[in-house]
Design a protein. Structure first.
Length: 257
């Protein structure tokens, strides 16, 4: 990763051995704290379980997950759009994510795609490229939003169900090993209210922050977690997916079709 020595945590931070969202309003908007915590917690678990070898952080932005995956990998390559709103301080390769990516076939053991697929106008093409770039036995780790506000407009194109994600993986011969909804009705309700409260002059950010702290207290105990799990099947905040390139598909080159 370019300029790794000066990297600093941004969107995600480690607190008592757990990954959570930053409380710096320049890194995470006050109204997005709860949802960022949900995403961070899931990445903390999946990165430890599935990251290894040479990793490609695709659509990396400010590389907010570098601190989480750094202990588990041997090499990191960061790629992003030339005109990304997040800048390119740590980007190794500037490229168009909607075109053939400038990397050799089978050159990565892990590919990370964090909050990116919804911004790709032709998502299947990117999935094909990911399948090409993964080494046999390599893993794709990704998340996408579902019930979530429009962001980075006008480049916010889609919301995917689990069935669409499974179809993308089947079409590129990647085997889904994990596909779970994250967050549910309570997180969605709190997220909407928190983002609306922030709009209130002067006191809005305090109300928004307090609401999310209260929600965290309610949702962490078993009854709150049960509410989330039961509602997530129909009202997911988003999805996390891990997919593996199987050894028997090692010769598959999607872009050659």
């Amino acid at each position: 990763m370019r300029r790794a020595s000066v990297w600093r945590p941004s969107k995600f931070v480690s607190s008592r051995g757990t990954l959570r969202g930053s409380r710096d309003p320049q890194a995470v908007g006050v109204g997005s704290r709860l949802t960022t915590d949900v995403i961070a917690g899931n990445y903390g678990i999946l990165i430890a379980a599935h990251c290894r070898g040479r990793l490609l952080d695709l659509g990396c932005g400010e590389v907010p997950l570098f601190g989480a995956y750094r202990p588990f990998v041997t090499d990191v390559v960061c790629a992003d759009w030339p005109a990304s709103i997040h800048g390119n301080r740590h980007v190794d390769v500037l490229c168009d994510l909607t075109s053939r990516l400038p990397f050799a076939t089978g050159s990565f053991d892990t590919i990370l795609l964090s909050d990116v697929l919804e911004h790709i106008a032709e998502p299947l093409e990117l999935c094909r490229e990911i399948a090409r770039l993964l080494a046999p036995g390599g893993n794709l780790i990704m998340n996408v939003p579902f019930f979530y506000w429009l962001h980075e407009q006008p480049y916010d194109y889609y919301r995917y169900t689990e069935f669409a994600l499974r179809r993308f993986m089947a079409q590129t011969q990647l085997s889904v090993t994990t596909l779970v909804p994250v967050g549910g009705a309570p997180e969605i309700i709190v997220d909407i209210l928190a983002k609306e409260l922030v709009r209130i002059p002067k006191i809005g950010w305090r109300l928004s922050a307090a609401l999310q702290v209260l929600a965290g207290w309610i949702l962490r105990p078993p009854p709150g977690r049960l509410w989330t799990r039961r509602s997530a099947a129909l009202f997911p905040l988003g999805y996390f997916l891990v997919a593996e390139k199987l050894l028997r598909n090692a010769a598959y080159s999607p872009t050659a079709e």
